[in-house]
Each structure stands twice: as structure tokens, then as C-alpha cells.
Design a protein around this ligand. Structure first.
Ligand SMILES: O=C(O)[C@H](O)[C@@H](O)[C@H](O)[C@H](O)COP(=O)(O)O
Length: 266
């Protein structure tokens, strides 16, 4: 690891030398959380996003992780999904299936993808219902500060505009306090129709990791992490603030290049 440290109240920053090191550190982090969770709860509930994240998780399909991770205990969810068929190039399910899930021994019935035969609204409602059933059986834990599900890990990417999952800046979806899963039909990033976890669900997780790479995102990483709240109160990535859980940022050097002088240890 290049640099690591706590950054004010914005969680832990892990700044990696290059994409290869970032992928290894991310695989270590996920496999360690999986081990802890399986030991404590017998299962590991993990929610994925789309975008470059899945490619950066690729090391999990290689040795030693492909053999050491207890894949049979994993339950997979999506923090957001695009409303397209599961075999469509834009599908986050397809991205994860091709890049990860088809390469490791996950139990097919543990893969909780979003129903692609419904409208965005119906699919969001159905997905919330599915999660409610899994909360009842404690496959997904429950938060002790809200009635929200407490996923063991939610993995997020961040867009150039600071969006996470399908929570976009200045969108009313950011104000959703009651639903666990909601939908939008006007995403500024195509495709327009999407389903997304809401902020209360993201902020109820035991662990949230935001994985961001590339110099084009350096400015928005700075806005999301540093002490600039007055300038960007509604930046979605800034609103990721787990109430009791742990937030970790995985950044490569270019993405971290504008972060204010962090006090790090090598
Ligand atoms: O389905 C999606 O579009 C995502 O879940 C979205 O939130 C993504 O994670 C960011 O846009 C970052 O994507 P990149 O890492 O590819 O820039």
C-alpha cells in the first residue's frame, strides 16, 4: 500500500500506487470482511455497483482468493441497477456475472439481482420486498439505529459529478428517507431508468467502500472528502456517512492527487 490513514470524519483513505496494488488491496479487504462476517454471522451480504468497480475486483477470481474465500456463504445484491434486460451490455448484473460471479463458486440462489421484466417502479418495490424477507431470516442483518437492512459490505464507485449508486447530485432521490430501494427515470448518466439503494440503506451498512480511480476524478474526490462542505452540501458521495459502520475510500494516486495534505503513514 502506498499511503493509508484516517481523514477527519470522512473515513479511512487508502491511496494505492497503481491499479494493480489497488486491486490487490481491495481483494484483501473484501476477503477479510467476508471472513469476519462468516465467522460472526455465518453469511456475508455484499452489495455491488456497476462501472469500473467490477474490473477492479477481478483479483478475487485469482489465487489465493478464489480458493480461500468462503464463496458458498456469500449473498450478492446490487446497490444500483440499470433498467435493462439482464443480457444487455448496460446491465450491472451482466457486468458482475461476466467479470466475477461466473468465475467463482457462488450459489446461484444467493444471487439477488433485480427483476428485469418489470417497470423501474415495480422492480424497486419487488427488490425491497426481497430484501425485507432476507432481513427477517437475518441473511441480511438489521440496523440497530434505523429499521434499515445492515449489509455487511456495500461497494460503490463514484462518477465525475460525485454520484454514487444511482444517487445523482440535486436529485430528489437524495431526500428519500422511507424507502430502502427506489427508482429514477431521468438519470443524467445513461441509461435513464435505474433502481438504487437509498442513502439510509447505504448509511446503515456495516462497511461501505468507495472505489475511485483516475485523475479526472481528483477534483470531485477532493470535494467529497475534504473540509469543503459549504461549497457542495448535496454532493452524493459526501452524503455517504455510515452511522455506525466503517467507510473506506480506495483511491489510486491520480484520483487522490487533490486531497488536502493527509497525515498518512507509509
Ligand atoms: O451503474 C452505475 O452506473 C454505477 O453503479 C455508478 O454509480 C458507477 O459506480 C459510477 O458511475 C462510477 O462508475 P465508473 O467507476 O465506471 O466511473
Amino acid at each position: 500500500m502506498a499511503l493509508s490513514g484516517a481523514h477527519k470524519d470522512r473515513g479511512e483513505l487508502r491511496i494505492l500506487e497503481n491499479l494493480d496494488e489497488l486491486s490487490t488491496d481491495l481483494a484483501d479487504y473484501i476477503s477479510e470482511l467476508s471472513e469476519v462476517s462468516v465467522k460472526e454471522r455465518g453469511v456475508f451480504s455484499i452489495a455491488l455497483s456497476g462501472g469500473s468497480l467490477i474490473g477492479l475486483m477481478g483479483k478475487l477470481c485469482e489465487a489465493p482468493y478464489n480458493k480461500t474465500v468462503d464463496w458458498g456463504k456469500w449473498y450478492i445484491f446490487w446497490a444500483d441497477e440499470r433498467v435493462v434486460a439482464k443480457n444487455h451490455a448496460d446491465s450491472n448484473y451482466k457486468l458482475a456475472k461476466d467479470g466475477l460471479l461466473s468465475k467463482v463458486p457462488i450459489v446461484p440462489s444467493h444471487v439477488h439481482s433485480i427483476n428485469d421484466s418489470l417497470s423501474a417502479e415495480e422492480a424497486a418495490n419487488e427488490y425491497e420486498f426481497v430484501i425485507r424477507q432476507l432481513v427477517k431470516t437475518r441473511i441480511v442483518s438489521v440496523s440497530d439505529v434505523s429499521d434499515c437492512p445492515k449489509f455487511d459490505l456495500i461497494l460503490l464507485g463514484m462518477g465525475l459529478d460525485g454520484h454514487v449508486a444511482s444517487l445523482f447530485p440535486n436529485h430528489s432521490v437524495l431526500d428519500e428517507k422511507n424507502e430502502w430501494v427506489t427508482f429514477i427515470t431521468d438519470s443524467p448518466k445513461p441509461p435513464p431508468e435505474r433502481i438504487t439503494f437509498t442513502l439510509p440503506v447505504i448509511n446503515s451498512a456495516s462497511n461501505v467502500a468507495v472505489v475511485v480511480t483516475g485523475s479526472s476524478k481528483a477534483e470531485v474526490v477532493h470535494l467529497a472528502i475534504d473540509d469543503v462542505e459549504a461549497d457542495c452540501p448535496s454532493l452524493p458521495a459526501r452524503m455517504v456517512q455510515p452511522a455506525k459502520g466503517k467507510l473506506v475510500w480506495f483511491l489510486d494516486m491520480p484520483a487522490a492527487s487533490k486531497v488536502d495534505g493527509p497525515q498518512f503513514s507509509e
